[in-house]
Design a protein around this ligand. Structure first.
Ligand code: ADP
Ligand code: MG
Length: 398
């Protein structure tokens, strides 16, 4: 079932409409929805031009917008507000269109501002002022891509309102440019593609070089299985160094091997030319992870969840030992879930904190969750946030 038709969704949309009117003194022209995502498998492969297999989740950002007319005062001003952390009256951040300078907008407003900036780089597009209010239930900094949910919600809204006629691929590339150049986070193409292109009950098999996308059925319901998210509540940040350092290692590996991208390396044996053992291990993760994505698509098509589970766990081991982007908490979540009988488990997202996922039978939700809670308590970690997710449809009108 998709959440878009649910009662909760309708209530959130109505509440957002009301809050918008209270905050800005006008009704919004419309409300759009963009989901967060879980990456089933294919981590850090996107910027290596490889394969990824994420799916949109039933947690999303709702974005309400009203364009200003040229006759209004402050017609060039972008007024952004979010319900995140807000009380009854919301703080509004205002920026004029001329003030949209890369890396110059502080705080969360940089994300919607970045989208406007990226759109205004497109030939023939010249956006002026509008009011925007976000309400998101995607946990922030948990590796479920709350930032892209907000950016994608903004770009689909503006694409509709200004009748820009942009394709999903164009919007994915523009939000990537927004986040890379304007916000300053060197992230890849996966998260926004998942938010834009996913279908309910499917994962998105994306070739990050060609941008060819295929929706692969997730045979979870018929196998009585679910995906459990274990949010360690240790925040990661892509603006920090670890993510950028991994990208650099991959570029160094490419230089030694004389390839454009690690996607072009088919076999681990080809990596012997790399002398530096750390760079070689980083490259090994990418080469093996690309193959695991292809293998996962194959076994999903055969509805072989046991084989999917093995690939998920192998992916975790590769991220833990070769790419070294896991954390104590993520390892603990994965091991506790596996110990309690999960079919497979792995950290998901950029790493250095954030969330892990487990593929489990529906009747294991309680026991696996409890095992993870107990492991965290015994280790003295912050209590994790544990919930199941459903593969939902990509962004659109709310
Ligand atoms: P992730 O995308 O994995 O959740 P990021 O560090 O990439 O983590 O993005 C988190 C940032 O996105 C937050 O620090 C905040 O600036 C912004 N953000 C996300 N959701 C909201 C929201 N509902 N309201 C305001 N800002 C948000
Ligand atoms: Mg993000």
């Amino acid at each position: 079932m998709s959440i878009s038709g649910s009662k909760d969704h309708a209530a959130r949309v109505a509440a957002l409409r009301e809050k918008f009117t209270k905050t800005f003194g006008h009704h919004p022209e419309g409300i759009w929805r963009a989901p967060g995502r879980v990456n089933l498998i294919g981590e850090h492969t996107d910027y290596n031009m490889g394969y990824v297999l994420p799916f949109a989740i039933d947690k999303n950002a709702l974005v309400a917008i009203r364009r200003k007319s040229q006759l209004e005062p402050e017609s060039q001003s972008l007024d952004f507000a979010s319900t995140y952390g807000g009380g009854e009256t919301l703080a509004v951040t205002s920026i004029t269109v001329d003030e949209l300078v890369p890396r110059a907008v502080p705080g969360w407003a940089a994300y919607p501002a970045a989208v406007v900036w990226a759109l205004n780089q497109v030939q023939g597009v010249e956006l002026s002022g509008f009011e925007l209010l976000v309400d998101s239930d995607v946990p922030v900094g948990s590796g479920l891509s709350s930032s892209h949910a907000m950016e994608v919600g903004t770009i689909v809204a503006l694409n509709d309102l200004y009748a820009l006629g942009l394709s999903h691929t164009q919007m994915a590339l523009l939000t990537q440019r927004a986040e890379n150049e304007f916000v300053g986070a060197p992230t890849g193409i996966m998260d926004q593609s998942a938010s834009l292109m996913s279908q309910a009950q499917h994962a998105l098999f994306l070739d990050c070089r060609s941008m060819d996308a295929q929706n692969v059925p997730l045979p979870l319901a018929q196998e009585d299985a679910v995906i459990l998210v274990m949010d360690t509540r240790v925040e990661h940040s892509h603006v920090d160094g670890g993510y950028a350092a991994r990208r650099r290692s991959c570029e160094q590996a490419c230089e030694v091997l004389g390839v454009d991208a690690l996607r072009d390396v088919a076999r681990v044996d080809d990596l012997v030319a790399i002398d530096d053992p750390v760079i070689r291990r980083r490259a090994k993760h990418i080469v093996t992870e690309n193959q695991r994505v292809l293998d996962t698509v194959k076994v999903l098509n055969e509805a072989d969840l046991a084989a999917v589970g093995q690939l998920l766990y192998q992916s975790h081991v590769s991220m833990r030992d070769d790419y070294e982007i896991s954390s104590e908490e993520l390892d603990a979540a994965v091991e506790a879930a596996m110990g309690a009988g999960a079919i497979g488990a792995r950290m998901t997202g950029g790493g250095f904190g954030g969330s892990a996922i487990a593929l489990i039978k529906r009747d294991q939700v309680q026991s696996v969750s409890q095992a993870v809670l107990t492991a965290f308590e015994q280790a003295g970690y912050v209590q994790p946030n544990i919930f199941t997710v459903v593969a939902d449809e990509g962004a659109g009108r709310a």
